[in-house]
Design a binder for this molecule. Structure first.
Ligand SMILES: Cc1cc2nc3c(=O)[nH]c(=O)nc-3n(C[C@H](O)[C@H](O)[C@H](O)COP(=O)(O)O)c2cc1C
Length: 566
């Protein structure tokens, strides 16, 4: 049962704050906002240890990064929401431990593919890449440049050994597409894979662990040592400090705060005062060297809703719940939150156990909201439009972390940690005389045709006033599909089909650009099918030719999607 209310958040002050403080140090306080702001410059680490910071290099380091000799391994990650980074960090730590235990010379270093200008795969001999798929089967935005550079590259790699761990979600039509493309591209460029690539559905740590196990097994084999020269060249990382901002801004990443009442309840059940010192997940945040209080950690740094298998396994060891079937039911139930398991499992807490539990939790991820304002109107104002998520499962009321934080907990005049995340592909055409067809997206210019879908004119017709004003001024031609207003459901694809001649004419005769924005699960595939039907009908062709036509449009940047699972 979903109760959804929409509202617009104005974030002028917040954004000013972000730009005003990035990179500066903060006086200590209850918590420093700087600590939350995701760093844009490259992350360089030789260890994946989330607690020890001794060997972590600051972004200010400009010395030769690979100053230590050894058998170098480059671990790359391409991430949108942080999970690839988390997995790559674990791999880095395991390789480091493996090298320590076996007294071998493996020397891993971890880097985001975002900074592909700062590493040179021609200089590398062994590279493991963890990369997710985002949008509608596209690379994470931070990985686009890297992927494009690889696609454009013609020269083969002479000696690169690699393996790819592709992260994804099989609920999406293009499962793990980026990782698969990447592995194929590297193979085509004559790199050779030394460990079978793997595809991970969601957070399936069994598959992740199997792949890491295979990586370590390979590193232990004589052929791995032979593959890598000990006398590896040094790379110069002096350029790494340069600002990488490209000025694009499409979504606002918000680090939300968990519900303080729920956090208090968890602290009570864990028998913690809230003042104990807890390390912050350093792979995500630049936190306090000495950790933060357990209350602050649970409020700002850790995900208390989506549990990891590590958390459940740790709790399983100390539960006094006898009934294994009930326990397993909880483990298998995806929407059990920390508070539920603590309540139902009758956990025997000790303070060290409680602190260990916290460190097994996933780092709290930022939530992304499309920016719904234009800098052309006011460059100091940034708005987002959010639906407040409240629902019921297992007989309990639940809430979305970020949307309820914005509505219930972030007070007017308050500050909230944010950063801007770009989607450079989802842009208006450079030539402004080209018509555009916008599907489920409220953004207009010139000859714009907007197909907007919602449930009911009185309930969720967002920006109705603005859109109708623009329509009356001839700025946009508006078509609205209501799914719950009349007896029959009407969706945007039905309106596109009705307007088949117009749509075809715009695409074929006027080189229109089509933008699809919103639901990745139903809407985007249905719109895709409708466009194929329109193409088939007007070109009098078969499905393959229509698919080729649409693929060409996509490759030419004339069919763009910004879609997500709702
Ligand atoms: C908006 C959105 C779009 C996604 N699109 C795809 C997709 O097309 N194919 C896929 O296999 N997984 C897709 N995923 C799932 C992610 O790849 C998966 O959650 C992955 O673990 C995220 O890793 P990251 O945090 O490193 O980006 C998508 C996830 C989101 C939130």
């Amino acid at each position: 049962m979903w109760e959804v209310a929409c509202f617009t958040v104005f974030l002028a002050v917040v954004v000013f704050y972000l730009f005003g403080t990035l990179g500066k140090t903060h006086d200590s306080g209850n918590h420093s906002l700087d600590a939350f702001i995701r760093k844009k410059p490259p992350e360089l680490r030789s260890d994946g240890d989330s607690v020890s910071k001794a060997s972590r290099r600051s972004f200010g380091d400009t010395q030769h990064y690979m100053a230590d000799r050894g058998r170098h391994i480059l671990i790359l990650y391409g991430t949108e929401y942080g999970f690839s980074e988390e997995v790559a960090t674990v791999l880095c730590r395991r390789i480091q431990q493996f090298a320590d235990v076996n007294k071998s010379a493996w020397n891993p270093r971890l880097l985001s593919v975002e900074h592909f200008n700062h590493f040179d795969l021609d200089q590398e001999q062994m590279c493991f890449i963890v990369i997710s798929t985002s949008g509608d089967g596209v690379p994470p935005s931070a990985a686009r440049g890297f992927m494009e550079a690889l696609v454009a590259r013609e020269q083969p790699f002479s000696r690169l050994a690699f393996s790819v761990l592709a992260l994804g979600d099989s609920n999406y039509p293009h499962f793990c597409r980026t990782g698969k493309l990447l592995a194929n591209r590297l193979l085509a460029l004559e790199a050779h894979h030394v460990v079978k690539p793997a595809e991970v559905d969601g957070e399936d740590w069994d598959v992740i662990n199997q792949w890491m196990h295979a990586v370590l097994h390979w590193l232990g084999s004589p052929s791995a040592a032979q593959a890598v020269d000990l006398q590896h060249e040094y790379l110069d990382w002096a350029k790494i400090n340069q600002s990488e901002s490209d000025g694009y801004s499409d979504a606002l990443g918000i680090y939300p705060m968990n519900n303080p009442d729920v956090v208090q309840h968890i602290l009570d059940m864990l028998l913690l005062s809230g003042g104990e010192c807890v390390p912050v997940p350093s792979q995500r945040f630049e936190g306090d060297e000495n950790g933060v209080s357990s209350r602050e950690a649970l409020l700002w740094y850790y995900d208390i809703k989506q549990l990891t298998m590590a958390t459940l396994s740790a709790m399983k060891n100390v539960t006094s719940m006898e009934n294994a079937a009930n326990r397993d039911q909880i483990i298998n139930s995806k929407d059990m939150e920390l508070v539920d398991v603590l309540e139902e499992w009758d956990i025997n807490c000790s303070s060290s156990f409680s602190l260990d539990i916290i460190s097994t939790l996933r780092p709290l991820q930022p939530r992304y909201y499309s920016i719904s304002s234009s800098p052309l109107l006011d460059k100091n104002l940034l708005t987002i439009t959010a639906a407040v998520v409240r629902y019921t499962t297992h007989g309990k009321p639940r809430e979305g972390v970020a949307s309820t934080y914005l509505q219930d907990r972030l007070v007017i005049g308050g500050q909230c940690p944010v950063f801007v995340s770009s989607n450079p592909d989802f842009r208006l055409p450079v030539q402004n005389n080209i018509p555009i067809i916008l599907i489920d997206l409220a953004k207009t210019r010139g000859n714009a045709y907007l197909y907007f879908g919602c449930r009911h004119p009185e309930k969720d017709f967002l920006y109705r006033k603005e859109l109708e004003t623009w329509e009356s001024k001839g700025i946009v031609k508006l078509r609205v599909a209501f799914s719950r207003h009349q007896q029959h459901k009407v969706y945007v694809q039905h309106l596109l089909q009705e307007d088949s001649y117009l749509v075809w004419n715009l695409i074929a005769e006027e080189s229109a650009v089509v933008y699809v924005c919103g639901d990745a699960w139903n809407m985007a595939p249905d719109v895709n099918t409708t466009l194929l039907n329109i193409i088939r009908c007007h070109m009098q062709c078969g499905i393959q030719a229509a698919e080729d036509f649409l693929a060409e449009m996509e490759a030419a940047g004339r069919y763009k999607k910004d879609v997500w699972l709702v």
